[in-house]
Design a protein around this ligand. Structure first.
Ligand code: FES
Ligand code: MG
Length: 597
């Protein structure tokens, strides 16, 4: 246990608002309105830590909605440890519903949390998380403000079932879309089968972005060990809500802050664990963003250097066969970390919210079921992390190698002289509407060797960046049994997708990236071994195209629909830099800025 200097009640940040005789008038104004619903003067002025609870659950955010009930146990924990809880809302972020995309709201929610944590009388905060972007928004804000903070995930849903078959959230949609396109099922059957994947409260039960990012919060040391993937309905979920409440009060007294925990070692642990989990391709975006707000330079080269060699240990969809309920029973995140530590791949001395190191927390936490969480030396896939590809069209694009299927290998990576490379003719789409309008057009001549390219889908081209790069082949090809083609794009893809697309190409077409210069019929060479994607034309031709595009005023994309879209587009950074708001990344430790401590 780390030895913390304990602060005294007069050092509590909330004293500035609630116990400040030098400013009697303003203090009275701060206090009196909280009394009007029954809070007592004693609670506000007798030196109890005031603990915020950032409530991400709402009717608009069904994946997090049970936090509305769970928060009662958080408050019980806070009270029992001598704190006073104050609940406040997070801007809703629901992944599948928000248009144009939920990712647009990550930075908006971040800004909102920062302002609340900075501007109100809070000594510490419990950040409730779940659906994809709620977790990074909360962690980014915790890093910026740097008051004691702890993350409480809502947990995944129970396993989905269709008869004896597991049905995983999101992952089933990608499968059913192919079956719908092939004519095997109709729309009613599609909806019925899709709803099998959502049998209970909680977030996606696959290792999509939600389970990945909540696991990342635990690996970073920001939530209690073993808590990330407790299924939402389990009794242990309410128990850990209580423990989270008690623990945040102690963290205030210990003055244990996010920037004590979010160190370079913690982020390197996150990269390594993400590979072993088969985590979402959105994780590098969010982890790089959290790191930037914590003042740590982390980039996609770090992801390849540290993460690519790590094997896949979690046998969870979309990379594996099981779902998060089984993953939890097999030992969850601690069992993954235990394997990584045994293999010497973990910084064991990184600090966590319980005041112990991550290594200390792992004692006795080995895998309980090697079918679900494999041993490091007997993994599901070797070299399961991301490749950071580069070339004459972009500086960085990610490929999740754990999901390259045998079929894909046989069709594209089958040259005995060069087994990690392939070449193909491209067909280019400008945004998902263009894709849907034209994909089945026979004039495109898409065949089993075509590379589908999506552009205009980055954070500027499509505000927030669209999850659209994993494009399905034309119906005619699916009916012939060709269920996937290589895809490349400047947008993202859902973490629940098992497609080995080349994603997040940065810079994006809309900000001068080379994908804007691509034309259907061009040939691309993808060389995974050398980490290269090259457009096979002369440099002079590429330059001529660049000049023509500049004369036309650059790559065109749809206009703004809302004020926030315009504001975000004016200052958002590329996906490889975390899609952060550039001016926000210079703010550090804002809780200590005047006036409050
Ligand atoms: Fe909310 Fe997947 S849609 S967690
Ligand atoms: Mg998603």
């Amino acid at each position: 246990m780390a030895n913390f200097h304990r602060i005294t009640p007069d050092q509590l940040r909330s004293r500035y608002w609630f116990d400040n005789p030098d400013h009697a008038g303003t203090t009275a104004l701060c206090i009196e309105r909280y009394l009007n619903y029954g809070i007592t003067l004693d609670e506000l002025t007798s030196g109890k830590p005031i603990i915020g609870i950032c409530q991400s659950g709402s009717d608009l955010t069904p994946c997090n909605r049970h936090h509305i009930d769970l928060v009662k146990r958080v408050k019980d924990g806070i009270r029992s440890a001598g704190g006073v809880p104050f609940e406040f809302p997070m801007h809703p972020i629901h992944e599948n519903v928000r248009r144009p995309t939920a990712a647009l709201d990550r930075n908006l929610a971040y800004l909102g949390i920062v302002e609340v944590l900075h501007g109100y009388p809070l000594d510490g905060v419990v950040l409730t998380t779940g659906c994809d972007k709620t977790t990074p928004a909360a962690l980014m804000a915790a890093a910026t403000v740097n008051i004691p903070a702890i993350v409480l995930s809502g947990g995944p849903m129970l396993n989905g079932w269709r008869g004896a078959e597991r049905v995983g959230s999101g992952t089933i949609i990608w499968e059913l879309r192919k079956r719908l396109a092939a004519g095997d099922i109709d729309y009613a059957e599609f909806l019925s089968r899709a709803s099998d994947s959502a049998p209970s409260i909680g977030h996606c039960n696959t290792m999509g972005t939600a389970s990945t990012m909540n696991s990342m919060a635990e690996v970073l040391g920001m939530s209690l060990p073993g808590s990330a993937v407790i299924p939402a309905p389990y009794k242990e979920r309410a128990m850990v809500a209580y423990d989270t409440g008690t623990r945040i009060v102690d963290m205030v007294w210990e003055d244990l802050r996010p920037l004590d925990i979010l160190t370079r070692e913690a982020f390197e642990n996150a990269i390594v664990a993400c590979s072993a989990l088969g985590g979402s391709s959105n994780a590098p975006v969010h982890i790089n963003a959290i790191a930037r707000h914590a003042g740590i330079e982390l980039d996609n080269d770090d992801w390849q250097r540290l993460g690519h060699e790590i094997p896949l240990l979690a046998n969870v969809m979309p990379a594996g066969a099981f779902l998060c309920e089984e993953f939890y029973r097999a030992g969850g995140v601690p069992a993954i970390l235990h394997e990584l530590q045994t293999a010497g791949k973990l910084h064991g001395d990184a600090l966590t919210v319980n005041g112990r190191t991550i290594g200390d927390n792992l004692q006795g936490r080995e895998t309980q079921d090697v079918d679900v969480i494999c041993r490091y030396n007997d993994p599901l896939v070797n070299h399961a992390g991301f490749l950071n590809l580069k070339g004459n069209l972009f500086d960085s694009a990610l490929m999740k190698t754990s999901v390259i299927s045998r079929d894909f290998r046989e069709r594209f990576l089958n040259d005995p002289n060069d087994p990690e490379a392939f070449e193909g003719k491209v067909v280019v789409f400008d945004g998902s509407e263009d894709y849907h309008a034209r994909i089945d057009d026979p004039a495109l001549n898409i065949d089993s060797r075509t590379i589908l390219v999506m552009r205009g889908a980055g954070p500027v081209g499509h505000p927030g960046g669209a999850e659209v790069v994993n494009m399905q082949p034309p119906e005619a090809l699916i009916k012939q049994g060709i269920e996937s083609l290589p895809c490349l794009g400047d947008g993202r893809q859902s973490g629940t997708s098992g497609s080995p697309s080349i994603l997040n190409a940065s810079p994006e077409a809309a900000t001068g990236g080379g994908l804007a210069l691509l034309e259907s019929g061009d040939r691309l060479r993808v060389d995974l071994k050398r980490g290269q994607v090259q457009l096979l034309i002369e440099d002079s031709e590429l330059e001529a195209r660049r000049e023509r595009l500049a004369q036309q005023g650059g790559y065109r994309y749809p206009g703004h629909q809302t004020p926030w879209q315009e504001i975000q587009r004016s200052m958002v950074e590329p996906l490889d830099r975390g899609m952060t708001l550039e001016p926000a990344t210079k703010y550090r430790d804002v809780a200590r800025r005047h006036p409050p401590r």
